[in-house]
Design a protein around this ligand. Structure first.
Ligand SMILES: *Cc1c(COP(=O)(O)O)cnc(C)c1O
Length: 380
């Protein structure tokens, strides 16, 4: 079936007891057994929950994997991946420009279990090759990155990784499965913060992992149950509901994202703009090759902290907030918000200057969004 059909139907049958069209929220902790050893495949809700399992099947189809597992947050999903792939004495390579929480997980928690990390610019394939050791078991990439939208070649990184026993994990949160499918490009594992585009309505926190290899899938299912960081039935319901409109939302985000990028490109107060849909973006050609849209995340540099502060204090329709991927437009200041914990020197190396502003462009009328920004630009 096509992606839009799968988004609505994959993994979802009418409820067998009532015919309900929508998968119900199975808000139960346990299931009655007919006799010793006789049950319908459901024993305890950490292990099996029909609402969560419908979401997991749906995402496995959308990402073209063998199975998916839903977790209580994007970070819980990433934690489970480290438990799957890494043990004491192993080494992992990670983008030097991932979501801040990913770096914090690896550096402040996973590293303490005797696992070594090397952080490289994953846009530089030679740097990746040089960083690989005989004990490298994972390459973790995020593409496009937050907030400067740097692009990594998923197929090329996978080809390098697969010369040895090393898995490639891609954080696909920014593009969603609609615009980018890392497993088809050669990666082994894809992870999302469902909090963002998959749920899409800024009303749930969750994560999902989809795997290509059956052995990895079986082990991750064991970890999900044994470590227990499952997604709740209600959140599973919300994400399933959100995914039904993922294709139409992403199309609308894409149109507004491009219009916003073009509007900002023409503003004299904007010193630099980061959006992979613009031919001036260094990753534009690669983005066109491995993504089917450019999304609605973009960042632009207003030159100074004062300019950013004045600008952000004038926006009204755009909400000043962390997070992204919802139907409403969110605007943020990476240097003091999402990336405040990154040392200033490293921030500037990544292009996260004090004047940088990030927008997650929503699906409101673009004229209203531009009018809001136009008013804020008048203050500069
Ligand atoms: C938000 C985010 C995460 C973390 O997900 P949570 O649901 O907040 O735990 C990971 N990666 C990216 C790219 C994100 O934007």
């Amino acid at each position: 079936m096509g992606f839009k059909t799968d988004a609505i139907h994959a993994g979802q049958e009418p409820d067998p007891s009532t015919g309900a069209v929508t998968v119900p929220i199975y808000q139960t902790s346990t299931y009655v057994q007919e006799g010793l050893g006789k049950h319908k495949g459901f024993e305890y809700a950490r292990t099996q929950n029909p609402t969560r399992m419908a979401l997991e099947k749906n995402m496995a189809v959308l990402e073209r994997g063998v199975a998916g597992y839903a977790f209580a947050s994007g970070m819980a999903a990433e934690t489970a991946i480290t438990q799957l792939l890494l043990k004491q004495g192993d080494h992992a390579v990670c983008s030097d420009n991932t979501y801040g929480g990913t770096f914090r997980l690896f550096d402040k928690i996973v590293r303490h279990f005797g696992i070594d990390f090397t952080y490289v610019n994953t846009g530089d394939l030679a740097a990746i090759e040089q960083s690989i050791r005989p004990n490298t078991r994972m390459i973790f990439i995020e593409t496009p990155t937050n907030p400067v939208m740097a692009i990594t070649d998923i197929g090329a990184v996978s080809a390098i990784a697969h010369r040895t026993d090393c898995r490639v994990v891609v954080d696909n949160t920014f593009m969603s499965s609609y615009f980018q499918r890392p497993l088809e490009l050669g990666a082994d594992i894809v992870v999302h913060s469902t909090t963002k585009y998959l749920n899409g309505h800024s009303d749930s926190v969750g994560g999902i992992v989809v795997l290509k290899r059956q052995d990895d899938a079986e082990r991750l299912q064991f970890i999900q149950n044994a470590a227990g960081a499952i997604l709740s039935p209600f959140d599973s319901f919300l994400v399933l509901r959100g995914i039904k409109t993922l294709p139409v939302r992403m199309e609308a985000h894409n149109v507004n994202g491009m219009a916003m990028a073009q509007y900002l490109s023409a503003k004299k107060q904007v010193q630099k703009i980061y959006y992979p849909g613009l031919p001036s973006h260094p990753g534009h050609a690669l983005a066109k090759k491995q993504m089917s849209g450019f999304g609605a995340m973009l960042a632009f540099d207003l030159g100074s902290l004062d300019n950013a502060r004045n600008f952000l204090s004038r926006v009204r329709l755009c909400s000043l907030a962390e997070s992204l991927g919802g139907v409403e437009t969110l605007i943020s200041h990476p240097a003091t918000m999402t990336h405040a914990s990154v040392p200033a020197e490293h921030r500037s190396k990544l292009g996260i200057s004090d004047g940088l502003v990030r927008i997650s462009v929503g699906i409101e009328d673009i004229e209203d969004l531009i009018a809001d920004l136009e008013n804020a630009f008048a203050a500069l």
